[in-house]
Design a binder for this molecule. Structure first.
Ligand SMILES: Cc1ncc(COP(=O)(O)O)c(C=O)c1O
Length: 337
């Protein structure tokens, strides 16, 4: 089932090779390891992400350097990335946050010019496209994740899309305790990990991928309905629309509240009315363990911090009914007044 799952993911993301792994986090860690990051090295990444995109750098004993994001796309601002490059920089870990493709072309150009590895955290972006090409089909590694909140799930699970058979072989070995194709079960060519996806999860993944088109289209419909309903509400800005370069794969539905709105009050009011929301996402550099270790504080990355203060994720899943969405938006209207 692993072979079938890897093949199915490869077809769906237009990748030449895919390695199934036990989680998106495991996939990111292997890519950082593949890029040769280690103690003394730095990788530039986004502060506006789930912690795994920075943790994978720490796992290798390297230092995550956060560059600020673009206020519209909420993805890494290439100019900020360039400004953060030092002689110790080895890689860029770019995130497609909320399923919206990051600025791949300028980032690829930057990486090439400075001799850096580019790793794409596409964990939230299965099925998204940049300049008409599926994420996962470029020549840098891209990582997808299949936790139950993702577009498709394997329970826990992830996949790495790579362009060369050599990378595929090495990643397969690293995910499988460092075993090599040529050796036996108890022969280990290198230090590896148990980051394998299991057969049962792969079987679920194969069945889930058969429904990918349906799931993505249901998610788009739910998002379009929210956009229509929210158009009439002041103070809750809807997510950035697609354009010629970016085609989003809908993952969550975060609105941006106007600065004068008290988000905590809105969350509490909605909770009273049975509407669950989430402060999505906190900036990684302000997480307690990051502050402690690196001395980071407020004011360092103003665009990310502002987004962290104002974004609010609304209930979002493929079967969300129009009636429930109307209820959510009516309650939001009352809460932001
Ligand atoms: C942006 C991002 N990166 C990495 C991950 C890690 O994936 P996983 O939970 O499968 O380890 C996630 C999902 O949780 C994510 O949203």
């Amino acid at each position: 089932m692993i072979d079938r799952f890897e093949q199915a993911v490869a077809e769906r993301v237009g990748a030449r090779h895919v390695v199934a792994v036990s989680s998106g986090t495991a996939g990111l860690h292997l890519c950082v390891r593949l890029a040769g990051l280690g103690p003394g090295g730095e990788a530039i990444t986004s502060p506006f992400s789930f912690v795994a995109s920075a943790n994978c750098i720490l796992y290798q004993g390297a230092t995550p350097i956060f560059a600020d994001i673009d206020p519209q796309t909420l993805n890494l601002d290439p100019a900020a990335v360039e400004a953060a490059i030092t002689p110790r920089t080895r890689a860029i870990v770019a995130v497609d946050i909320f399923g919206y493709p990051c600025e791949l072309e300028p980032l690829r150009e930057l990486a090439a010019r400075h001799g850096l590895a580019l790793i794409e955290d596409a964990c939230e972006a299965l099925g998204a496209e940049y300049r008409g090409r599926l994420l996962g089909s470029f020549d840098h590694p891209a990582v997808f994740a299949f936790y139950p909140n993702k577009q498709v799930t394997t329970g826990e699970g992830g996949a790495i899309a790579v362009a060369s058979e050599e990378e595929w072989r090495l990643l397969k070995s690293l995910s499988n305790q460092g075993r090599a194709d040529s050796g036996g079960w108890l022969e280990h060519a290198r230090l590896g990990y148990n980051y394998r996806l299991d057969d049962l999860s792969a079987a679920v993944g194969v069945a889930q991928l058969e429904k990918l088109d349906l799931l993505l289209s249901l998610r788009s419909q739910v998002a379009a309905r929210y956009a229509e309903l929210l158009a009439a509400i002041d103070g809750a800005e809807t997510p950035l629309a697609d354009d010629a370069d970016h085609r989003r794969s809908w993952f969550v539905y975060p609105v941006r509240l106007a600065p004068e709105i008290d988000r905590e009050r809105v969350i509490a009011r909605l909770a009273e009315r049975g509407v669950a929301t989430s402060r999505y996402l906190p900036s990684i550099h302000l997480q307690p363990y990051m502050r402690e270790r690196f001395g980071y504080g407020e004011g360092m990355l103003p665009v990310s911090e502002e987004a962290s203060r104002r974004m609010l994720a609304l209930p979002f899943f493929p079967e969300l009914s129009a009636e429930d969405q109307e209820y959510v938006v009516e309650e939001l209207r009352a809460a932001v007044r």
